[in-house]
Every structure is written in structure tokens, then in C-alpha cells.
Design a protein around this ligand. Structure first.
Ligand code: ATP
Ligand code: MG
Length: 249
């Protein structure tokens, strides 16, 4: 059984079908990229998986359980954590505080019997651990709003990682980064994934990044999945080349 299973997942906005009957199986430990042209429905798919918007129809199952009626907050507590396409950190707070708050969102409730101080300490420890893994310990005390764009994007990954997710969803982690910042971010992400313990869904436009990080690729076009395979097969797929890859492959 796959860790994350989507079946017939559909989202309509009036007459527009943003996500159209998507089926997907993500195995534990898999790093899967979701690619496709602008407006293909990638971010909408993430919204449906994480419960940010309700699906029109279809199923999201996580570890065998249906999430269909579960709120976004509860989905996070079961182990789905994400970054947003646009920066979503608290700019007045330090990097460390951002991670602690993110970790607390996952811990709250489960740890209630032991009280607030214990949650706070545990969340702070998880946040610091995530900052360390992203190579951000040196800037942990700085206000998030004052960090470079590259460090802000990595901080968002650290925030999601602070929640110790079972599936980590990253929506264009290199968007808006310079060439140098992209190289740093990709090497940092590759380092995170090297032990194969994280399960990751990654939306990414930069095909160098996709081919560097992903073991599987799902290609979306106008809301539908047009290919789902290992990179070497997807790269050669004529429909994918026509819809997206152009001259790249
Ligand atoms: N809240 C909404 N209301 C109406 N239409 C929406 C809404 N959100 C997304 N859409 C539409 O759904 C389609 C898919 O959008 P989505 O943001 O999921 O694409 P995407 O693949 O993430 O694109 P990009 O690569 O530009 O980020 C687009 O046509 C978009 O305009
Ligand atoms: Mg998007």
C-alpha cells in the first residue's frame, strides 16, 4: 500500500476544472516531482491534498485512511506538511521562532496533558534541529524578513520540516532565486533526501532541479495527469515534450 493515494481527485472553480480526476500513488521514501505548464493545476493539487480547499470529488488517502473530511490543521497533525508557492513566513519573528511556531502547530493537542512549557521546549528543539539540517543555524536569531531570499525559501522548508512530516510537500522551493541561490538550495535539499527517509512531493519548474532530485515525475496539463513515471521515461514521452519540456529533453 502506498503512503499517499489519490483517486479521481477533482477541483472545479465554476466552469474551470483546475484538477481533473487525478490518480497518484506515492510510496514511503519516494521523492516525486509534479511538473507542468503554468496553470496546469499543480498548486491546486497541493491545496486538495493538504485540505486548504475542499475537493469537488475524489479521494485523498494517507496511510490507508481517507482524509476527505479532515481539516487542513488535522491533516498537518497526521503528518502532511507543506511550503507555499509564495513566501509565507512571519517576517517580524526570528528564523528560530518561525520554526518553533510551525512545530507547535503539529504538537498542540497531542501533548496537551503535559502542559504548555513542555510543548514549547519540544517545539523549540524540533525547530532548531530543522534549522541545523537546512544549514541555517548561523542565522537562527535573525528576523526572517531581513534574510536573503534564498535563506527565506530554505527557512520555509525548515518550518515544514520542524513538523517532522511523513510527507513533505514543496511548492517551487527555488522560485525567484538567483542562479547561485538555486544551486545552494538544491544541494541542501539533495543532502536532506540522501538517506531516503523523507517522502516528498515537489512542484518545480526548473528541470535541472527536477532531474537532480526526483525519482518519479508526474506531469500535469490542464488539470489532468498526462505522464507518471521515472525521469528517463518521462523525458522521452512525446506528449510531455509537446506540452511542457519543449527543447529541454
Ligand atoms: N481560487 C481559485 N478560483 C478560480 N480559479 C482558480 C483558483 N485557484 C486556481 N485557479 C485556476 O486553476 C488553474 C490551476 O491553477 P494552479 O495555481 O493550480 O496552477 P499551477 O500549475 O500551480 O500554475 P503555476 O505553475 O503558475 O504555479 C488556473 O487556471 C487557475 O487560474
Ligand atoms: Mg503553482
Amino acid at each position: 500500500m502506498a503512503l499517499l493515494e489519490l483517486d479521481g481527485l477533482t477541483k472545479r472553480y465554476g466552469g474551470l476544472t483546475a484538477v481533473n480526476g487525478v490518480a497518484m500513488r506515492v510510496e514511503a521514501g519516494e521523492v516525486r516531482a509534479v511538473i507542468g505548464p503554468n496553470g496546469a493545476g499543480k498548486t491546486s493539487l497541493f491545496h486538495l491534498i493538504t485540505g486548504v480547499v475542499p475537493a469537488t470529488s475524489g479521494d485523498v488517502r494517507f496511510d490507508g485512511n481517507s482524509l476527505n473530511r479532515m481539516s487542513s490543521y488535522r491533516r498537518c497533525q497526521t503528518g502532511l506538511s507543506r511550503t507555499f508557492q509564495l513566501t509565507s513566513l512571519f517576517s517580524e519573528m526570528t528564523a528560530r521562532e518561525n520554526c518553533r511556531v510551525a512545530a507547535q502547530a503539529r504538537l498542540r493537542g497531542r501533548w496537551q496533558p503535559w502542559g504548555g512549557t513542555q510543548i514549547f521546549r519540544e517545539a523549540a528543539a524540533r525547530g532548531d534541529e530543522a534549522l541545523e539540517r537546512l544549514g541555517l543555524t548561523a542565522i537562527a536569531g535573525r528576523s526572517a524578513g531581513l534574510l536573503s531570499h534564498g535563506d527565506q525559501r530554505l527557512l520555509e522548508v525548515a518550518m515544514a520540516l520542524s513538523q517532522r512530516p511523513r510527507v513533505l510537500l514543496l511548492d517551487e522551493p527555488t522560485q525567484g532565486l538567483s542562479v547561485e541561490e538555486t544551486i545552494t538550495a538544491v544541494e541542501t535539499l539533495a543532502g536532506l533526501l540522501v538517506d531516503g527517509k523523507l517522502t516528498v512531493l515537489l512542484v518545480e519548474h526548473d528541470m535541472e532541479v527536477v532531474f537532480r532530485l526526483a525519482q518519479k515525475i508526474t506531469v500535469m496539463h490542464r488539470g489532468s495527469v498526462i505522464a507518471d513515471d521515472v525521469p528517463s521515461v518521462v523525458r522521452r514521452d512525446p506528449a510531455v515534450q509537446a506540452a511542457y519540456l519543449g527543447g529541454y529533453a
